[in-house]
Design a binder for this molecule. Structure first.
Ligand code: AGP
Length: 608
């Protein structure tokens, strides 16, 4: 998605803005720009393509003087990725420069209104409408003009504003798009993401929807859209830039795969005390919990696949109906939720537009909302009734790994926790489950360590396209994630398929050398899976099986085997998925793909 940054202080702004934009590259973008204010007025530079094009154009910022400014990385939503459409955008008279993340849904009517008043537009963007509306309303009082402007906007926006007549002053406004303020000494910042700030300050203020910040080098004043002053707390970020750098790995994705034991430990340990799962973040009382007659899980992409794991485990342990639904579907299907429904919303970024919309739809119908998110202060975290954070740390690679596995870990803890509170777990089973969850970090590490041949396996299979991932029950849920990982970073097509469903048509696609990754860790259905493996083998498939340690039968059936450490039958997903993450990683590497920033993808899809 788009990223915005801003700085005001005594240093030259341009190099700092460039650095901030580089920290936001992972969000996905196709052009970038910077505007700084000096005695001569607003100096604007922008360039299509990678940030290095802009960097070269302004010689690292040396050609732009001025100690306050704004910057932007654009992920095109309205208009092609060109210099003209790149942000910042200037008002007709050159008084304002503005950057924007989000979509203004009523920009067409606003544009017509402005054109009727003689305003001319150079770009196809919705953003250029906003900056000219601001100029139209400006009569010397910047705050009043901003309030009047945002009152006209419908849709999502995080705005950064620079005014020629207000040296050193920046204005930011936020609605349904992330915006964080960085509090420095004699200087202040704003950005779409904390990652762009931590090199300069770890003291941050999370803006919420409907909040506006008036920023100078010495002060930050925050008010609401009615112009009323607001008191906001300053929060301290606990991780540093190094955590957001590669740490010696070739790719962020590999670093984040290898960080999973640590991320799981950070997510699980604080929530297991004296052998009990403790979810202080979940405030439903016993009486309220007993009234819940349906659990809905909604998310997008990998977060949805983590939710699919949760569906099986929660339903199995709690014996409450659990539905997992894609947020982009749930939001439009007039969902059957009410005050007796618990909606679990899963999101790494906490900013996914479809997930937010589905959440609002269900909240409006009375559902109780529990969010599982990785980004503190994100929109989903702030809209939920309760939040269980996955303490995975910053995830930079577009393809999620530790984000997904920590989501699954929280799902597993939630299932055991709820089942215990509902009186559905005897002490012995409960203790076994809690211990199994506590051992996730070691199991994941063991799963990595005992599969050193994954690069060779990838080398063997990387020339193939149209691979199949097949599995049953929890293995099928893992197939969904394994298949997406492969597709999104290696660009090889694959399909996750319920193994029992193959014979109903799709087996027609199985032919000589068709690679089939068969997940057979849910051992209650192992015999069925062995039959499915024989079915596809009989039609010429090349089978890579993923099974539990000690499974000897599989060696007679499969061409290649990945062995994973054994744990509770409901909890094998984490040790099982990690070799599939690595398989996808090495396949992509063999194919020479841009692993951390796959084509067409963004880390957080904040538009529909
Ligand atoms: C996962 O590797 C993808 N990058 C994508 O499917 C992602 O999981 C999805 O867009 C949801 O993002 P979120 O968890 O930030 O809401």
């Amino acid at each position: 998605m788009c990223g915005i940054v801003g700085f005001t202080g005594s240093q030259s702004a341009a190099p700092l803005l460039l650095d901030g934009l580089k920290k936001l590259e992972y969000r996905g973008y196709d052009s970038a720009g910077i505007a700084v204010l000096s005695q001569e007025g607003i100096h604007l530079e922008k360039a299509a393509g990678k940030i290095k094009n802009l960097d070269e154009k302004i010689q690292g910022g040396a050609t732009m003087t001025g100690s306050s400014g704004i910057g932007h990385t654009r992920w095109a939503t309205h208009g092609a990725p060109t210099d003209e459409n790149a942000h910042p955008h200037m008002s007709n008279g050159g008084r304002f420069a503005l950057v924007h993340n989000g979509i203004v849904e009523n920009y067409v009517e606003l544009r017509e209104e402005l054109m009727a008043q003689g305003i001319q537009f150079k770009s196809e963007t919705d953003t250029e409408v906003v900056v000219n509306l601001l100029d139209l309303y400006y009569a010397g009082d910047l705050k009043a003009a901003v309030l009047k402007t945002v009152a006209r906007l419908e849709g999502a926006y995080a705005l950064g504003i620079l005014c020629k007549e207000e040296p050193g002053r920046l204005i930011t406004a936020r609605h349904a798009a992330p915006l964080i303020l960085g509090v420095g000494k004699g200087e202040n910042y704003f950005a779409s993401d904390v990652t762009a700030l931590v090199a300069h300050t770890k003291d941050v203020i999370y803006l919420e929807d409907g909040e506006i910040a008036d920023i100078t080098p010495e002060s930050i004043t925050i008010y609401d859209t009615a112009g009323e002053l607001l008191e906001k707390s300053i929060e301290h970020v606990t991780w540093d830039v190094a955590a957001a750098e590669k740490g010696g790995y070739e790719h962020f994705m590999l670093k984040e795969i290898m960080e999973q034991p640590e991320a799981l430990r950070a997510t699980i340990e604080p929530r297991i005390k004296h052998g009990e799962i403790v979810l202080d973040d979940f405030s439903l009382s016993d009486s309220e919990l007993k009234k819940i007659n349906k659990i809905m899980i909604t998310a997008c992409g990998s977060a949805y696949y983590a939710g699919s794991v949760g569906k099986y485990v929660i339903e199995q342990l709690c014996r409450i109906p659990v539905e997992a639904d894609l947020a982009s579907e749930l939001r439009y299907r007039n969902p059957l939720v009410d005050e007796h429904s618990l909606l679990v919303v899963v999101s790494q970024s906490g900013e996914t537009a479809d997930t937010i919309a589905a959440m609002k739809e269900c909240k409006a119908r009375g559902a109780r909302i529990l969010a599982i998110v990785n980004v503190v202060g994100s929109t989903i975290a702030r809209l939920a009734d309760d939040v269980i954070y996955t303490w995975a740390g910053p995830e930079i690679a577009v393809a999620t790994t530790k984000g997904y596995t920590t989501q699954v870990a929280v799902m597993d803890m939630l299932a055991v926790y709820l089942a215990r509170r509902l009186g559905r777990l005897e002490d012995g089973e409960y203790k076994t489950l809690v211990e199994a969850i506590r051992s996730f970090p070691e199991l994941v590490q063991q799963s990595i360590d005992q599969n050193p041949k994954l690069p060779e396996l990838a080398e063997k299979y990387h020339g193939h396209n149209n691979l199949f991932f097949i599995g049953r029950n929890l293995d099928f849920a893992a197939c969904l994630e394994g298949s997406l990982k492969l597709k999104e970073i290696s660009y090889l097509h694959s399909e996750a398929y319920a193994a029992g469903e193959l014979k109903h048509g799709t087996i027609a696609l199985i032919e000589e050398d068709r690679p089939v990754i068969a997940l057979a860790c849910y051992e209650a259905l192992l015999d069925k899976m062995l039959s499915n493996i024989r079915e596809v083998k009989a039609r010429g498939a090349e089978v890579l099986a993923v099974v539990l340690d000690g499974n000897r039968e599989i060696f007679d059936e499969a061409d290649d085997v990945i062995l994973i450490p054994r744990t509770h039958p409901l909890l094998n997903t984490l040790p099982e998925i990690v070799p599939l993450q690595l398989f996808a990683y090495y396949m992509a590497k063999s194919n020479g793909c841009d692993i951390d920033k796959p084509k067409n993808l963004a880390k957080s899809v904040t538009v529909e």
